[in-house]
Design a protein around this ligand. Structure first.
Ligand SMILES: [Zn+2]
Length: 162
């Protein structure tokens, strides 16, 4: 059973990272701040805890002296999928890239995505008496967040919305 993720508790960055990993299949690379010292703007000093924290990967040192600590893996470039329609459109394009499976049946993820997006507007994804112009009325209400949530559910991520 997969882990249930509380959407509301994720930061914007965590939401975008989830989409990058699960839907877009982007690969993480070693944080570019690895090996750099505190003169680099990417490192912030935390007075309360006495360590350096990386603004890019969020890794932190064990002590004040330890500037060359181990950084984490990050996405090279992380589009703001959940906030920008430009970026969310890439998610939509990824889902329609292979609309059918090899046996000709509808791609499962695309089918689930359509179900979620259309059902929120009380339409059946597989209706044959659907007036085509309705798609524009619905699409005008799509937000980057809605596209991301439907895409994550479509690829099997267990999201809880509350
Ligand atoms: Zn880092």
């Amino acid at each position: 059973m997969s882990e249930i993720i509380q959407w509301a508790s994720l930061t914007r960055r965590q939401r975008d990272e989830l989409v990058a990993e699960k839907v877009m299949h982007l690969q993480r690379v070693l944080c570019p701040s690895q090996g750099q010292d505190h003169n680099d703007d990417n490192l912030a000093y935390n007075r309360d805890f006495g360590y350096w924290r990386c603004r890019t990967c969020n890794a932190h040192s064990q002590s004040e002296e330890d500037e060359l600590f181990q950084h984490g893996m990050v996405f090279d470039a992380l589009p703001r999928y959940s906030e920008s329609l430009d970026a969310a459109w890439l998610v939509l394009q990824e889902l329609v890239k292979h609309p059918r499976d090899q046996d000709g049946s509808l791609n499962d993820a695309l089918g689930k995505f359509a179900d979620t997006m259309l059902d929120e507007d009380y339409h059946d994804a597989f209706s044959e008496i659907f007036p085509a112009y309705e798609v524009f009325i619905m699409a005008a209400k799509w937000t980057p967040e809605r596209i991301c949530i439907a895409a994550l559910k479509a690829v099997g991520v267990d999201l809880e919305m509350q």
